[in-house]
Design a protein around this ligand. Structure first.
Ligand code: SAM
Length: 226
């Protein structure tokens, strides 16, 4: 029988031959992207590959993501829903507002949302929150993984609009999408500064760590409104 250890609400480590990060499958019997399904007594777990998910890597790097089963999440840069599906498992009684601007990814996301009622796919540019403000309620967490040069600005616009006063921003910064030639450490320093000063009164940075060995040249950042 595999051993299960709870890491935080909705997030587990399942030990079957090796330790694997996992969430409880909200849609039992169905894998989303080829991940393993591991039944343990009455529950089915889905393995969560930190190399395919910045959020998964942040969990293993001990970022406090503080999600509860009824949390509301605004997810910017949802792609086809690989990580969104795990957030949907975690906030089983809450909601994930999943913003993505690529129509092809949106098709997969809509298919995923048809099986998981807590996912609300939104085809929009995350840099223009006015265009989806009628679809999103105040949220406990904004998770952003857009790999864009203006990500601090995108985070600020969405936080001002949707983040609850005591909510958190979790951001993945990809050095090469900002400057292909510069030293990633310098890029990260400049981006963290941009986040702190993105608006008045700005974000307070609570944690910033490189996501190695899961993702090269990526920085994970946890912040809240000042
Ligand atoms: N977070 C995803 C996961 O773990 O499954 C991977 C996200 S991928 C690195 C970045 C995604 O952000 C792409 O699908 C891209 O189309 C989307 N994106 C980039 N800029 C965006 C914007 N301004 N608005 C909405 N989506 C954007």
């Amino acid at each position: 029988m595999p051993e299960v250890k709870k890491l935080s609400d909705g997030i587990f480590e399942v030990i079957k031959d090796k330790k694997q990060l996992a969430t409880k499958n909200l849609d039992p019997g169905k894998a989303v992207y080829g991940e393993k399904l591991i039944p343990v007594q009455e529950t089915e777990y889905r393995t969560w590959d930190p190399r395919r998910s910045k959020l998964g890597a942040m969990v293993l790097k001990k970022f406090n993501i503080s999600l509860k089963e009824n949390s509301k999440v605004l997810y910017l840069g949802a792609a086809s829903g690989t990580t969104v599906s795990h957030v949907s498992d975690i906030v089983s009684e809450g909601a994930v507002y999943a913003v993505e601007f690529a129509p092809r990814s949106m098709r997969d996301l809509i298919r995923l949302a048809s099986r998981r009622k807590n996912i609300h796919p939104i085809l929009a540019d995350a840099g223009k929150p006015d265009s989806y403000s009628h679809l999103v309620e105040p949220v406990d967490l904004i998770f952003q993984d857009v790999a864009q040069p203006n990500q601090a600005e995108i985070a600020a616009r969405n936080a001002i609009r949707f983040l609850k006063r005591d909510g958190y921003l979790l951001l993945s910064i990809k050095a090469r999408s900002i400057d292909t030639a510069a030293n990633p450490k310098e890029v990260f320093k400049a981006e963290v500064k941009k986040l702190e000063q993105a608006f008045e009164p700005g974000f307070e940075i609570l944690n910033a760590k490189d996501l190695k060995p899961y993702h090269e040249d990526h920085l994970g950042v946890l912040a809240k409104l000042r």
